[in-house]
Design a protein around this ligand. Structure first.
Ligand code: UDP
Length: 453
């Protein structure tokens, strides 16, 4: 099979190579899915928001994702300029994330065939999300002669080092797969400086190709508002003390820590029972699917079932009302590569109590927009919640201020810079290319000559 595309000519001095079309790979979850359950969470929001902003800049985005139902049309226009392609790879239903490595060949073949129907050079860059997509992107990169930009979103080694008690570790095959993608990608996008350090330290990533691009928040949708009206909208009493958890329910997110903290607050101050309200928004996900009722059972066994309300995953506008209704949003995760929920809550003017792990110290400004807690002792969370409640007005202003430092438009702008730089690097004449790229060039040349056919 000949290579689909000759190397691009070098850009003229001072003129960046701008992508016209990005192939975004999101194998295991679709940007059209409702986040907050199963495999859909922050990554889905990231892809939706960034794709929209790229399209607004005139850069077309095609998102390839695995079809998980026979009802899905093969192609969906998400918004003008953003197309979602449902790829048939394996049975529609019944496959978990751990089954997907066996379907990567089928997925890759479908992606390559789609591109082969087009004129050569149709896509300018590949952006893969999560290691499964990175595996697909790595092959497509070499076939198409375009750079692979990769976002890991979470890393198995980091996750395994911070497991909740009794939680199952990520498999070794994932660790190996991630190492391969890190070695092959032209650019690695990290959410925070901490994630970039983890990539370098734990995965031997090339620091020169590892970029920090913070995610954003939709400041129009997630904005402060009338708290009393929000409480009416979500059905909470006006004088309630509302503690909010939002996210996929699984041990890694540690919603149990919030329940234990609430139980402790009630033990310390029994009169609080008449007005304490814990809202848990989301549905089981990942290893949480093994025992989907565990959290409800915990609430019963702690004797606080009367103050805890479980709310199914909410669309963004309703989610914003929940943030506005809350006194405090609590993010007690054992690990979090960033923590969009923390940022969205702050954008609504709600301070956050969060674990001081992963990206959360970036997402939350300790003492200004909320309080960071070391470890997962419920007593510390109860104390932090009390502290935030006492200073809520001050922290609320700090929360909104902090959130306004982030924007999806800036995220998209930094990604365009990363795409352009990677495209320019690929267009550099072979002699000044790195040894790794010279090997790839040789493979591509062989392929073009038909030797590998
Ligand atoms: N989310 C949502 N509805 C819900 C719960 C969560 O839309 O009911 C979204 C939320 O707005 C956030 C994302 O899911 O953007 C979760 O992202 P986060 O970074 O907090 O966690 P992740 O899912 O990436 O682990």
């Amino acid at each position: 099979m000949p290579a689909r595309r000759p190397l691009r000519p070098a850009p003229r001095p001072g003129q960046p190579l701008l992508p016209r079309r990005v192939a975004t790979l999101s194998v295991h979850t679709s940007p059209l899915d409702q986040p907050g359950a199963g495999d859909a969470g922050g990554m889905n929001v990231y892809i939706v928001e960034v794709s929209r902003r790229l399209a607004a800049r005139g850069i077309a985005v095609e998102v390839f994702t695995r079809a998980t139902s026979s009802d899905l049309p093969p192609v969906v226009e998400m918004v003008p300029g953003v197309t979602v392609r449902h790829v048939s790879a394996g049975p529609f239903e019944g496959l978990g994330k751990d089954d997907l490595p066996a379907q990567l060949c089928a997925f890759t073949a479908a992606v390559l065939r789609e591109e082969a129907r087009r004129e050569p050079g149709f896509y300018d860059v590949l952006h893969s999300h999560y290691w499964l997509s990175g595996q697909v992107g790595w092959l497509a990169r070499d076939r198409w002669g375009v750079p692979l930009v990769h976002s890991a979103h979470t890393l198995a080694k980091v996750k395994n080092a911070a497991l909740a008690e009794g939680d199952s570790p990520e498999p070794r095959a994932r660790v190996i797969g991630e190492e391969q993608v890190v070695a092959e990608a032209d650019r690695l996008i990290a959410n925070t400086a901490e994630e970039a350090r983890q990539l370098v330290r734990w995965y031997d990533a090339d620091p020169a190709r590892t970029l920090v691009v913070p995610p954003g928040v939709d400041l129009d949708r997630f904005s402060p508002g009338d708290r009393a009206a929000a409480r009416r909208a979500v059905g909470v009493r006006d004088d309630a003390l509302v503690l909010l958890f939002v996210g996929r329910i699984q041990p890694l997110k540690a919603p149990d820590v919030l329940l234990h903290a609430a139980a402790r607050m009630l033990a310390d101050e029994p009169a609080l029972r008449t007005r304490l309200q814990v809202l848990v928004v989301g549905a089981p996900s990942g290893s949480g699917l093994a025992e989907p009722r565990q959290l409800q059972e915990l609430a019963v066994s702690l004797g606080i079932a009367d103050v805890v309300r479980f709310v199914p995953p909410q669309a963004p506008d309703s989610l914003a009302e929940h943030y506005r209704a809350a006194d405090v949003t609590v993010v007690p995760s054992h690990n979090e590569s960033f923590g969009l929920v923390a940022l969205e809550a702050q954008a609504c003017g709600t301070p956050v109590v969060a674990a001081a792990v992963g990206g959360l110290p970036t997402a939350v400004e300790d003492g200004v927009s909320g309080v960071l807690v070391d470890g997962h002792d419920p007593a510390d969370y109860a104390a932090a919640i009390r502290k935030v409640v006492e200073q809520r007005e001050l922290l609320s202003a700090g929360a909104r201020r902090h959130a306004t430092r982030f924007s999806w438009d800036r995220t998209a702008g930094s990604l365009v810079d990363a795409y352009s730089a990677a495209m320019a690097e690929m267009a550099v004449p072979p002699l000044v290319r790195s040894p790794r790229d010279r090997v790839r060039d040789a493979v591509r040349a062989l392929s073009a000559s038909g030797v590998t056919r």
